[in-house]
Design a protein around this ligand. Structure first.
Ligand code: ASP
Length: 321
C-alpha cells in the first residue's frame, strides 16, 4: 500500500458495529455510503493539493453529520440522558493540537477542537468553558434535539434497564459505543489525525474518554505516524495506545504495522476492545481491530474508495471517487 509522496487517507466510523447478522442489506449500504462520503470529502481536499489537516477535518465533519455514527448527530447518551461529546485534532508537522471534552452545542465538535488548536493558548478545553470558547469563535451551534436519535435513546433505555435488573452485559458493540476518526498524509508529506465521539452509552456524566487525550485516542507526528482510535476508552487511555505506536516506531524500529498490531494485542490482553486507524510517513494506512467489526475505509492516490465493516474483503466494496 506504500505510495511515497502521494496523498492517502483512512477513516473509521467506530468499533461499535451492528452485528453482521443484524445488519440487513439496506443498513450495510447506508453505512458504506456514509463511509464513502467521508472518504470523498477528505480526499477531494488532498487531491486538490490541500493539507492533511483540512482533509481530516472534512472527513470527520461528514461522519459527525451522519446520524449512523456515534459523533455529534447520533451521539450516545450519558446515564443521565445528556449528551457530552469529545473531539480532537492534531497536526503532525507542527505537533500543534486542540481538543474539546464534554460539550454539547457545536454542530461539529471537530471544528471546536480545531479552533482550540488555532485560536487559543490551550490544548484541551472542557464543558461550559469549551462551549463558551466555541461560541466566541462563531461556530455553528445546534439545539440538543438535532443530535438526538431514537436508536441511541433505545440503547440508553436498554442499558439502564439492564443495570436495574442486575443482568450481565450482553449488549452488542453497536449499543455500547462508537466514534469517528480520520488520519491522512498530504502531498507535502504532512500527517494529521482527528477523532470525534459521543463516548460510551450510559457513561457517567463528566466522564472523558481517550478521544480528546493526545497520545491515547488521537496523535500525529510527521516523524512516525498519525493515529485515531476507537474502543473501550479507559483501556486505550491507560495504555496510551496512540503514543505507544509512535514510541515503538521511534525507539524500537518497528514498522507501523508491527507497532499497531502489538498495541492492539496489548489492549486485548487487558480487556480493551476496539481498533484504530494509522498512517505512516510512507502514506501506507493500517486499520487493525479486535472487535467484531470496525466501520472503516481508506483511499490512496488512485482515488479508489475502499470500505469495510466486519471481516469482509475491501475488494467487495470498491468505488471510484
Ligand atoms: N473510545 C470512545 C470512548 O471511550 C468510544 C469508542 O470509540 O467506541 O469515548
Amino acid at each position: 500500500m506504500a505510495h511515497p509522496h502521494l496523498p492517502a487517507l483512512a477513516i473509521h466510523g467506530g468499533a461499535g458495529t451492528i452485528p453482521k447478522a443484524a445488519l440487513d442489506d439496506a443498513g450495510q449500504a447506508a453505512h458504506h455510503a456514509g463511509l464513502r462520503a467521508a472518504l470523498a470529502a477528505g480526499f477531494a481536499i488532498l487531491r486538490a493539493g490541500g493539507r492533511a489537516l483540512d482533509a481530516v477535518t472534512a472527513a470527520v465533519m461528514a461522519l459527525e453529520d451522519d446520524p449512523l455514527f456515534n459523533a455529534a448527530r447520533g451521539a450516545v447518551f450519558t446515564e443521565a440522558g445528556s449528551l457530552e461529546m469529545d473531539a480532537a485534532i492534531m497536526d503532525g508537522g507542527t505537533r500543534q493540537a486542540g481538543a474539546v471534552a464534554g460539550i454539547c452545542g457545536p454542530r461539529n465538535p471537530v471544528l471546536a477542537a480545531r479552533a482550540v488548536m488555532e485560536h487559543s493558548p490551550a490544548v484541551l478545553l472542557a464543558g461550559a468553558g469549551a462551549e463558551a470558547f466555541a461560541r466566541s469563535q462563531n461556530l455553528v451551534f445546534m439545539p440538543e434535539s438535532y443530535f438526538e436519535t431514537a436508536r441511541r435513546r433505545a440503547a440508553l433505555a436498554l442499558e439502564l434497564n439492564r443495570r436495574a435488573a442486575g443482568l450481565p452485559d450482553t449488549r452488542s458493540d453497536a449499543d455500547r459505543h462508537g466514534t469517528v476518526g480520520c488520519v491522512a498524509r498530504d502531498g507535502a508529506g504532512d500527517l494529521a489525525a482527528a477523532t470525534s465521539t459521543g463516548g460510551m452509552t450510559a457513561k457517567l456524566p463528566g466522564r472523558i474518554g481517550d478521544t480528546p487525550i493526545f497520545g491515547a485516542g488521537t496523535f500525529a507526528d510527521n516523524g512516525t505516524c498519525a493515529v485515531s482510535c476507537t474502543g473501550s476508552g479507559e483501556v486505550f487511555t491507560r495504555f496510551t495506545a496512540a503514543a505507544e505506536i509512535a514510541a515503538r516506531m521511534r525507539h524500537a524500529g518497528q514498522t507501523l504495522g508491527q507497532a499497531a498490531s502489538a498495541v492492539i494485542a496489548e489492549l486485548s490482553a487487558h480487556g480493551g476492545d476496539g481498533g484504530l486507524i494509522a498512517i505512516g510517513r510512507d502514506g501506507a494506512p493500517v486499520l487493525p481491530f479486535n472487535s467484531s467489526g470496525m466501520y472503516r475505509g481508506y483511499v490512496l492516490a488512485d482515488g479508489m474508495l475502499h470500505t469495510a465493516i466486519h471481516d469482509e474483503d475491501y475488494s467487495s466494496q470498491e468505488a471510484p471517487i
